[in-house]
Design a protein around this ligand. Structure first.
Ligand code: GLN
Length: 517
């Protein structure tokens, strides 16, 4: 088994996830079997209970795992389905170790970070890595953090037991005054890493502009790597060009050389998809409440970008904070999207925006909460004035109600209706024409649903539920005679990939283009 461990220095938010995904993509293009693991040193067992305000989007996997948004990047780059085992957190590791201790598995031993935590970490990594040629492991956080120590130690130990290459990602800032690329933060972070007993084989430098030869020389000299193992990962407009940028510097060949292997990457298909030139521009209003941190909706932004590659329509996203939205904000847009969300705040404003979309026949996509609000909006328009969701109000018209199985649930973590479920599509519907398939699998994350008691009434009055789960849940809403008005209880953004854009988003982007022309 071969492992590539990616650590980060200087500061967080360097784009280590994209670097990791890009390395994995290059190896995959060499026809190796490649997978990725994300280590998150926080104490949460998974990302499910974390607020998007703090941590960005919670990504949902096929198996229902609620994971760090970096796993979304891995799936989008590699075009594979990962499982919850590909996200290891401190909470998950401690939980396993403590459960074992309680069962008596340690046979009276004193249970300690080393070897018990580190053994558990290595064992989790090996379980995932077993069936692959390469496993790329991204260690979240920054070297020097107390919380990532056990993981670095496990990585160090692993390098004695398996073939391991260490890649360290750092920042090379340039001071505006002199414009000089500064290597000191990199030097310090490599020293910090070396204190843990790990010497990086390769240093990937994040910088504003291409890393200069003299900067590379200096880093090589001070950080114990050869000059051609200092890689420039300077800022680019489009994250999907990063594999190409790193590949130009032969990062993949240099990594596999460390394992004694030789093969050539082939990123031609990738290059041809992402170098599509934009011919038109459309504007989409995104109405949410986590707008300060665009990472909260990262998968939606990426899904739109994937569609741009295939339609040639560049999508400008107009980020609108639901609570402060004004009518004029929607006047010049080609489409309106109401994404998923939780809690009552901003819902009435979103409903008003949906009314606007419906009345003006502006292409509309409602996702999860957006689907539920579209149902409520329509119910109100046909006379159910108090229509609402039980999530927001004790209403006498609970058009959206708690899923029956949720009524008994007390714990918040991992208890929603999560992950992929089969959905049967109506053959005479817009969604069917988009997916071109009667059965689809899409991912979910919700506690509420369309109340079955209102389905007849809504259907008689013009709502078409054109997708249903096998157990009869409403999954897709469409309206008759609208250019594009779709709500999905599921999250189509989680399955959109560069090499396989989401059919629903493709439909939206095309409809926006038609509206514009
Ligand atoms: N809050 C809603 C529910 O729990 C919608 C969730 C979502 O948009 N992900 O059903």
């Amino acid at each position: 088994m071969r492992y590539i461990i990616v650590t980060g220095g200087v500061l967080s938010g360097l784009g280590k996830g994209v670097t990791t995904a890009s390395i994995a993509k290059i190896l995959q293009s060499m026809r190796y079997k490649v997978t990725v693991i994300k280590i998150d040193p926080y104490l949460n067992v998974d990302a499910g209970t974390m607020s998007p305000f703090e941590h960005g989007e919670v990504f949902v996997l096929h198996d229902g795992g609620e994971v760090d948004l970096d796993l979304g990047n891995y799936e989008r780059f590699l075009n594979v389905d990962l499982t919850r085992d590909h996200n290891i957190t401190t909470g998950k590791i401690y939980k396993r170790v403590i459960e074992k201790e309680r069962r008596g598995d340690y046979l009276g031993k004193t249970v300690q970070p080393i070897p018990h935590l580190t053994d558990e970490i290595k064992s989790e990594i090996r379980i995932v890595g077993e069936n692959y040629d390469f496993t790329v492991i991204e260690v979240g956080g920054t070297v020097g953090d107390i919380e990532s120590m056990p993981f670095l130690e496990a990585g160090r130990q692993l390098s004695w037991e398996e073939d391991v290459v260490f890649v360290h990602v750092t920042l090379v800032p340039s001071l505006d005054v002199v414009g000089e690329q500064k290597t000191k933060p990199t030097q310090h972070s490599v020293k910090k890493l070396m204190e843990t007993g790990i010497s990086p084989h390769m240093i990937v430098c994040r910088s504003k502009t291409t890393l200069l030869e003299k900067t590379k020389r200096k880093i090589a000299l001070f950080c114990n790597v050869s000059e051609d193992h200092v890689i420039s990962n300077h800022d680019v407009d489009d994250i999907y060009t990063v594999p190409l940028l790193l590949n130009e510097q032969k990062i993949g060949e240099k990594i596999i050389d460390k394992f004694g292997l030789r093969r050539k990457p082939n990123l031609e298909r990738w290059r041809s998809i992402i170098s599509k030139k934009y011919e038109t521009e459309v504007t989409l209003a995104m109405i949410g409440k986590y707008m300060d941190l665009h990472d909260s909706y990262i998968s939606i932004g990426e899904a739109l970008r994937h569609c741009s590659y295939y339609t040639g329509a560049h999508v400008n996203i107009k980020w609108l904070e639901s609570e402060s939205i004004k009518k004029e904000d929607l006047e010049d847009v080609d489409g309106i999207l109401v994404p998923g969300g939780f809690g009552v705040r901003g819902t009435e404003e979103k409903i008003r925006a949906i009314t606007y979309a419906r009345e003006k026949k502006i292409p509309f996509l409602g996702i999860c909460l957006g689907f539920q609000l579209a149902t409520i909006e329509y119910a109100r328009s046909i006379g159910l004035k108090n229509a609402n969701s039980m999530e927001f109000a004790e209403t006498d018209e609970p058009v959206i109600d708690l899923l029956p199985e949720q009524k008994k649930i007390k714990n918040m973590g991992g208890t929603m209706r999560l992950g992929a479920y089969k959905i049967i599509l109506d053959e005479k519907s817009t969604v069917y024409s988009l997916y071109k398939s009667k059965e689809i699998y899409e991912r979910h994350r919700h506690r509420y649903e369309v109340n079955p008691e209102y389905i007849d009434l809504l259907t008689k009055n013009g709502v078409r539920f054109t997708g249903k789960s096998e157990d009869g849940r409403m999954e897709v809403l469409e309206l008759e005679d609208y250019p594009f008005f779709i709500g999905t209880q599921y999250h189509p953004e989680f399955t959109s990939r560069v090499e396989r854009p989401s059919p629903v988003f493709m439909g939206l982007v095309k409809a926006m283009g038609r509206k514009k022309s």
